[in-house]
Design a protein around this ligand. Structure first.
Ligand SMILES: NC(=O)c1ccc[n+]([C@@H]2O[C@H](COP(=O)([O-])OP(=O)(O)OC[C@H]3O[C@@H](n4cnc5c(N)ncnc54)[C@H](OP(=O)(O)O)[C@@H]3O)[C@@H](O)[C@H]2O)c1
Length: 300
């Protein structure tokens, strides 16, 4: 039985990933880097994605195992499409697709392509990536892991406000982060619903509270604490988790043999957890699916 304090090394200690291919977004930092390090160490070939090829290459160069760096700027849908096309062109079945990259709590509203930046990056970019790579995951059939957050509970009224996805009618940095993370959770459920009959299973993960670069925009008590001289230690050992512990749940959900055939679930601390009411709302998941597919039509 794994716990909140289990590390990514520990939860994968019995797993041999030789011959498996795993795609991970955001491998140049934080949880994505640790996830790539541990999964390559277990024998997987990791296709490591970062905003630029330089960042992906730099991260991949640090690994001892087999890696392939690819550029994927999630807030640029042309970049996501190019990334997906280059992966499909390699003609390698994908055992696991881990949608890890993310941004949090942008202090000011940033809009691009008619969407608020966190929704565009965290949700729409990943939705497009998964949609375009699904055929390769079906070939195995493999697993999809979406990084959500317990922050999905702190979303806007209605869960996803389809009338204000660009934030022009009001913006709250934490609620919009929550909305994007709820979208990640609902996307896992939506892909799971549509792909489970062909054997692909999708789940969502809350990794814990970890002092990574993600916290750079945090205000309040938590923001002040991580800036203290011993703030990092307090976060790692008392209030939150270390990076090796934080990367564990996504590694567990991506690889544990006991989760074969398990999908549509939400995990935290290496165990299944309950979501918010919005997080288990199938109508909302379907509405988000339909909205996303329509929005992305030029890229599909
Ligand atoms: N840390 C936590 O406490 C926590 C809690 C709950 C959920 N999460 C989730 O865990 C995931 C990983 O977060 P982390 O803590 O490891 O954060 P992090 O250290 O800030 O790493 C985030 C990664 O995402 C990449 N990224 C950001 N914007 C991108 C874009 N537009 N296109 C492509 N890549 C982009 C970053 O690249 P750059 O370095 O180039 O910016 C970086 O590689 C996120 O989805 C986050 O929401 C984290």
């Amino acid at each position: 039985m794994f716990t909140k304090r289990s590390t990514a090394e520990q939860v994968t200690s019995d797993v041999d990933l030789t011959g498996k291919t795993i795609v991970i977004t955001g491998v140049n930092a934080g949880l994505g880097y640790e996830t790539m390090r541990v999964l390559t160490g277990r024998g997987a070939h990791v296709i490591g994605l970062a905003r630029t090829l330089d960042k992906a290459t730099e991260a991949c160069k640090q690994m001892e195992g087999t890696t392939t760096p690819v550029a994927c700027e999630l807030s640029d849908l042309d970049s996501v499409k190019r990334c997906a096309e280059s992966i499909v062109a390699k003609d390698i079945p994908i055992d696991v697709l881990i949608c890890n990259a993310g941004i949090m709590a942008l202090p000011k509203l940033i809009q691009k392509d008619g969407l608020e930046m966190q929704f565009l990056t965290n949700h729409m970019g990943h939705f497009l990536l998964v949609y375009l790579l699904q055929e390769k995951v079906i070939q195995v059939p493999g697993r999809i892991v979406m990084l959500s957050s317990s922050g999905h509970q702190l979303t806007v009224k209605g869960g996803i406000n389809f009338d204000n996805l660009d934030g022009s009618q009001g913006y709250s940095r934490f609620r919009f982060y929550g909305q994007s993370k709820l979208a990640n959770l609902l996307t896992a459920k939506a892909f799971d619903d549509r792909l489970k009959d062909v054997g692909v299973r999708a789940n969502a993960v809350h990794p814990g509270v970890i002092n990574t670069k993600l916290t750079r925009n945090l205000g309040g008590v938590l923001g002040a604490m991580v800036k203290l001289p011993f703030g990092g230690i307090l976060m790692d050992k008392v209030f939150g988790k270390s990076i090796p512990q934080g990367a564990s749940t996504q590694c567990y959900v991506a690889t544990n043999p006991n989760l074969q055939g398990v999908g549509g679930k939400y995990f935290a601390d290496n165990n299944e957890k309950k979501t918010s009411t919005y997080g288990s709302n199938k109508d909302l998941a379907d509405k988000l699916w339909n909205y996303s597919v329509k929005y992305l039509t030029p890229y599909l």
